[in-house]
Each structure stands twice: as C-alpha cells, then as structure tokens.
Design a binder for this molecule. Sequence first.
Ligand code: SF4
Ligand code: SF4
Length: 61
Amino acid sequence: MAMKITDECTACGLCLPECPTNSIAEGDIYIIDAGTCNECEDQPDGQHCVAVCPVDCIIKA
Ligand code: SF4
Ligand code: SF4
C-alpha cells in the first residue's frame, strides 16, 4: 500500500523532507514511490506527508 500525489500538487516541497522512507521525489508535481512508501504505518503520528501538505493532495493510491 502506498500514498499518491494528485495533480493538485503545487510543488511546494514541504512534504519531501518529512518522509521517513525517502519515498518522495521532486517534479512538476511531486511523486511518491509506491515501492517504498509504507503509508507511515510504523509512525505513531500518522502520515507525515499528509500532515504537512497545504493543499491536501496526497491520497491513498
Ligand atoms: S505516507 Fe509516509 S512513507 Fe509514504 S510518502 Fe508519505 S511520508 Fe513517505
Ligand atoms: S506538500 Fe503537497 S503540494 Fe507540496 S509538494 Fe508535497 S504533495 Fe505537493
């Protein structure tokens, strides 16, 4: 299971440094690697990328 970034992404960059598995890459819209994103299942405070995204464009893939 992995999260996905939608076309609403503004490429603000806030999510990238927050990912504990380094699964986020820069681009015109940012991209989550479905092979390494674990939905922060081991993080007690939930999905770090979702928590910081100002436009709520990170969803379940
Ligand atoms: S859900 Fe967690 S592991 Fe997946 S991209 Fe977001 S911060 Fe990274
Ligand atoms: S925080 Fe949201 S808007 Fe900003 S780069 Fe990440 S996915 Fe895109």
